[in-house]
Design a protein around this ligand. Structure first.
Ligand code: G3P
Ligand code: MG
Length: 243
């Protein structure tokens, strides 16, 4: 059965990648949550999608130029809606603490704009171990060097290649780098690829599915999971499809 992952939390109805968006996903009883992590100036992990503050907060400039304490002063809720004023950029640790007593799976997407070693992978792995979240986490990234680094530290973690453009036999490339799953872009994902990949043991999870017709299509294709900004809608639709 297809799993429903709340993309950046329940981000269609709540400000993306914030505690309120993750709490809403927990309340709905989603199978999984996807979030994006980045390193701060002082080497901490925070949960935010863009490399800059501008789109989702009342701040400006690069995440990497601020310490956690400085980042905590910005409002990450008001731009979505005034009713969420006061929401802050969460640390990765805060999200792990929130989810600790649930059985929700976590897809951690590493946002790392550079090739050089920054230590983000080690830091993430340490925190997953501390919160005993390693065995229900999937690590993904468009930066495949970063995934290789994760695998070289702990080959038992489930890593998934993220990519936009489809290419031949993606499972072969995934296997070469030690990744165990494919996270694919909706318009570039077809039934034949999904069937073959999953037959070969590589779960396919598709982003970002927000329209009912696309949800139904991918439920029928039996993808392992969809990432959606509207998990409540997806969960209702999945029940219909299963009837
Ligand atoms: O991990 C799936 C999806 O989140 C990848 O794209 O830009 O939304 O992080 P993006
Ligand atoms: Mg993401």
């Amino acid at each position: 059965m297809t799993k429903i992952f709340a993309h950046r939390g329940s981000s269609g109805t709540h400000p993306e990648n914030t505690i309120t968006a993750f709490k809403e996903a927990v309340r709905l009883g989603v199978d999984g949550i996807e979030l994006d992590i980045q390193l701060t100036k002082d080497g901490e992990l925070v949960v935010i999608h863009d490399y800059t503050l501008d789109r989702t907060t009342d701040g400006t400039g690069k995440i990497l130029d601020y310490t956690v304490e400085e980042l905590k002063a910005f409002d990450a809720g008001s731009k979505f809606s005034p009713e969420f004023a006061g929401e802050t950029i969460p640390t990765f640790r805060e999200v792990l603490a929130l989810l600790q007593d649930t059985n929700i799976e976590l897809n951690i997407e590493i946002k790392k704009p550079v090739k050089e070693d920054t230590g983000i992978e080690e830091k993430m792995i340490q925190e997953l171990e501390k919160y005993q979240y390693s065995n229900r986490s999937i690590i993904s990234s468009f930066n495949h060097d970063s995934l290789k680094r994760v695998i070289s530290i702990n080959k038992d973690l489930e890593c998934a290649i993220l990519y936009m453009k489809k290419f031949e036999n993606p499972w072969e490339y995934a296997a070469e780098i030690g990744a165990k799953a494919l996270h694919t872009y909706r318009p570039e994902t077809d039934r034949e690829m999904v069937t073959e990949a999953q037959h070969k043991g590589f779960p396919v999870r598709v982003f970002t599915i927000n329209k009912a017709e696309d949800m139904t299509k991918f439920f029928e294709t039996k993808v392992a999971a969809i990432f959606t900004d509207y998990p409540e809608k997806a969960m209702k639709l999945l029940k219909e499809v299963e009837k």
